[in-house]
Design a protein around this ligand. Structure first.
Ligand code: PBG
Ligand code: ZN
Length: 326
């Protein structure tokens, strides 16, 4: 007679469960997003993201030391300029807020990896990620501005350049501009499969980057398209991306998993603002156990195949992982 399977044998004690655990979250692979705002001296809470703030330059060293001490993999930097215009000129101004922040971070914690998000939406007065003509977001006119921004961030000391705009051809444009400017060693982490998601709305409060007309569906991907995500990733790799990304994470675990199977490059997943805010809101109501849910979510993203996770929970998770040996 066939013997009953005894799966429970290896679940009997915490030690046995730890012994056979398949997936481990690595705190070195967690990236903490940071918002730096120009023209203020106060740390301002982001209402829709409890625990997340916009930092003025003056207070940036505090959070940077915290990130460095937590032993996480790095920070992803978003600058919020005092001046916005149609072409997002503060993005590629060598003395812009993001450039100042990069220099300050590298001075405060030289070993902390600084990833600079490259996009125009925080810097344009219309809030779109590209140049706008007659209500259209123009791809090819946007590329040189993104390339200039990337070079300016690299000059300021960024360790990785992360284009999040979703214009076609931007990885190639940025790669050749970096190479020409003497930054052949600076890697590109591309937001390759970035979906037009409702999960970004708290971020738009945080970064003050909501589009003032229309939406981003003409450049970000349709949430329904899994196969197209693989084509986007493949193309970014052929244009020279060093790390590729799927964004958001939790509603797109299938895309992460397929990307993991199809490509050998390091794969990042962005656990975005709305995913964070939902957890925080439920936890604040006492409806879920925050620590347990966060670690479960980060485990799921890792299990799906992400090597790197960008998450607003990074500092908390790093602490919890230290404590959580079993
Ligand atoms: C800007 C950008 C966005 C995010 C990262 N870079 C917002 C958007 O595309 O509207 C979203 C991050 C998040 O929701 O946490 N291009
Ligand atoms: Zn943008």
């Amino acid at each position: 007679m066939r013997q009953m399977k005894r799966f429970r044998r290896l679940r009997r004690t915490p030690q046995l469960r730890a012994l056979v655990r398949e997936t481990h979250i690595n705190k070195n692979s967690l990236i903490y997003p940071l918002f730096v705002e120009e023209g203020t001296k106060e740390r301002k809470p982001v209402e829709s993201m409890p625990g997340i703030y916009r930092y003025p330059l003056e207070l940036l060293p505090l959070i940077i030391k915290e990130a460095a001490d937590a032993g996480i993999g790095g920070v992803l930097l978003f600058g919020i300029p005092a001046h916005k215009d149609a072409l997002g000129s503060s993005a590629y101004d060598d003395s812009g807020i993001t450039q100042q922040a990069i220099r300050l971070i590298k001075k405060t914690a030289p070993e902390l990896t600084v990833i600079a998000d490259v996009c125009l939406c925080e810097y344009t007065d219309h809030g779109h990620c590209g140049v706008v003509h007659d209500g259209e977001i123009c791809n090819d006119e946007t590329l040189p501005l993104l390339a200039k921004t990337a070079v300016s961030f690299a000059k300021a000391g960024a360790d990785i350049i992360a284009p999040s705009d979703m214009m076609d051809g931007r990885v190639a444009a940025i790669r050749s501009a970096l190479d020409e400017a003497g930054f052949a060693d600076i890697p590109i982490m591309s937001y390759s499969a970035k979906f037009a998601s409702g999960y970004y709305s708290p971020f738009r409060d945080a970064a003050d980057s909501a589009p003032c007309f229309g939406d981003r569906r003409s450049y970000q991907m349709d949430p329904a398209n899994g196969r197209e995500a693989l084509r986007e990733i493949e193309d970014d790799i052929s244009e020279g991306a060093d790390i590729v990304m799927v964004k958001p994470a939790l509603a797109y675990l299938d895309v992460i998993s397929r990307a993991r199977e199809s490509f050998e490059l390091p794969l990042a997943a962005y656990n975005v603002s709305g995913e964070y805010s939902m957890v925080k809101a439920a936890a604040r109501n006492g409806w879920i156990d925050e620590r347990r849910i966060v670690l479960e979510n980060l485990t799921a993203i890792t299990r799906a195949g992400a090597d790197i996770i960008i998450t607003y929970h990074a500092l908390d998770a790093a602490k919890w992982l230290e404590e959580e040996q079993l």
